[in-house]
Design a protein around this ligand. Structure first.
Ligand code: C2O
Ligand code: CU
Length: 491
């Protein structure tokens, strides 16, 4: 399937493009008493609608959306404020909203049957939680997500720091891809077996803030905080900013040592976010294409940075780049309890398991994992289903696969014994990514979703300080629905 290439850049579509069409911001009612947290009252309504994903003269696409917009309105609050969000269900099926990456109390986490009854058509559920961490988050349904998110239900949730980074512009790009037919309608083949067994539902049209992007107007010398959110069901992005050298300053909302991304590419699996500081170092009147290079041979131009005739300044500013840390408890790795987590299944899964069990066999330290994999292979019948620790989840999962002692440090030693990458997400917590294939990570980044390459082992560490039953799953939504999820209990 081909990607629709951005139409040729003209002055007209540049002005009409996403630079001018900033996503609608939901302006909450703000009230507060002295000493009490400021409360932000918001309302979201999930319902069918239409959205101009493709440039005219292509028709508007029937979608499901929040407040009639794709993405849904950008919710923007200050760290420490309380959000009170009334979610009305205008769909013909049940829904919920999950506040991805926000450390909410368990009852506000939006997982149907596990943390709340699903919201029936016509009904309203009130979510209420505090924005404890500053950063870039997002919201989406957790009920039949593979279709509800896939049809356009998602939106950004930005929590501003008490002292935000000094920049000229703070910009959010919500990335998505869609599987559209010639009539601009979304293909109805959600939950297809081929997508489940392979890379998930990859689309043929990529949008930024709900539109096929043409140009993004910038000025020489300008400093932009670019908040990237990957809202796609399955597509992984690896963005190359041509001769620009953006710095990554936060991942999944959590500050990280400012650094250039490895290989010059910003890699984002589904649900992942990155905050970049982008210094616009190009010449006036020049153009630079941002290219997505994740899938080899399928590179395409995502959007063109289009420099205006007027520079803003001659050299990038020397403003500070460090964000203040969020109030996360630091795991004590020495005292942590270790838990092994093994992901298996999918197309060619048997082959990868055979291979990995073989190589672990030559390495004494891998003995436990080898035994585990051997016994699991006995239980598996063929390809085509995803499993965590030998179990393929069916329907709403309620029984925990792991129980973490509350208030203690834990390490999850995860092995991706499959032929596919998986973005693995834990609810209710952020965790440090401490090692990959046995090597310490350079930044020990905090994440809520970690992308694991095929055959990779990744260790994550956290303090289990948020009590409750939390979802733990692959955020390729077709993998999640076909078994790759479980519940982790913190008690
Ligand atoms: Cu983005 Cu289980 O969620
Ligand atoms: Cu997956």
């Amino acid at each position: 399937m081909s990607i629709f290439l951005p139409p040729t850049l003209t002055r007209r579509n540049l002005l009409a493009g996403m630079a001018g069409a900033a996503a609608a911001t939901l302006l909450p009612v703000r009230h507060g008493l002295a000493g009490a947290p400021v409360v932000r009252d918001l309302a979201l309504r999930a319902a069918p609608g239409r959205s101009a994903l493709l440039p005219a003269p292509r028709g508007r696409t029937p979608v499901w959306s929040y407040n009639d917009a794709v993405p849904g309105p950008e919710i923007r609050v200050r760290q420490g404020e309380r959000l009170r969000i009334a979610v009305e269900n205008g769909l013909d099926e049940e829904t919920t909203v999950h506040w991805h990456g926000v450390r909410t109390p368990n009852a506000m986490d939006g997982v149907p049957h596990l943390t709340q009854p699903p919201i029936a058509p016509g009904e309203t559920f009130r979510y209420e939680f505090d924005a404890v961490d500053a950063g870039t988050f997002w919201y989406h349904p957790h009920q039949r997500s593979f279709e509800q998110v896939g049809r356009g239900l998602y939106g950004p949730l930005i929590v501003e720091e008490a002292e935000p980074l000094r920049v000229d512009r703070d910009v959010t790009w919500v990335l998505d891809d869609w599987r559209l037919g010639e009539d601009a309608a979304i293909a109805g083949d959600f939950g297809g077996r081929h997508d489940m067994m392979h890379a998930g539902r990859i689309g043929n049209v990529v949008t930024i803030n709900g539109r096929v992007a043409t140009g993004f107007a910038v000025r020489r010398g300008e400093r932009i905080r670019l908040r990237l959110i990957n809202a796609a069901n399955a597509r992984i992005f690896a963005l190359d900013f041509a001769d620009h050298a953006p710095l990554v300053v936060a991942l999944d909302g959590q500050p990280v040592t400012p650094h250039r991304p490895a290989g010059g590419r910003v890699v984002l699996g589904p649900a992942m976010r990155a905050d970049l500081v982008l210094d616009c170092t190009g010449r006036v009147d020049s153009r630079a294409m941002v290219v997505d290079r994740f899938y080899e041979g399928l590179e395409y131009g995502l959007v063109e940075l289009a420099y205006g005739a007027e520079p803003l300044r001659d050299a990038p500013p020397d403003w500070p780049l460090e964000l203040a840390a969020n109030p996360l408890a630091e795991p004590d790795i020495g005292a942590a309890t270790r838990h092994e987590v093994l992901f298996t299944g999918g197309m060619m899964g048997r082959m990868v398991m055979d291979e990995m069990a073989g190589s672990l066999g030559r390495d004494a330290s891998g003995g436990g994992m080898m035994g585990r994999m051997r016994s699991m292979m006995g239980m598996m019948h063929g390809d085509g289903i995803w499993l965590i620790n030998g179990v393929a989840a069916k329907g709403p999962v309620l029984e925990p696969m792991l129980t973490l002692k509350r208030g203690r440090s834990h390490v999850l030693a995860m092995t991706n014994a499959t032929a596919w990458p998986h973005p693995i997400h834990l609810h209710g917590h952020s965790f440090r990514v401490v090692s990959r294939n046995g090597d310490p990570t350079p930044y020990r980044e905090w994440q809520d979703t970690v992308l694991m390459a095929p055959r990779e082992t990744v260790e994550i560490a956290l303090v289990a300080d948020n009590p409750g039953d939390w979802m733990f799953h692959c955020h390729i939504l077709e993998h999640q629905m076909s078994g790759m999820m479980g519940v982790i209990r913190v008690a």
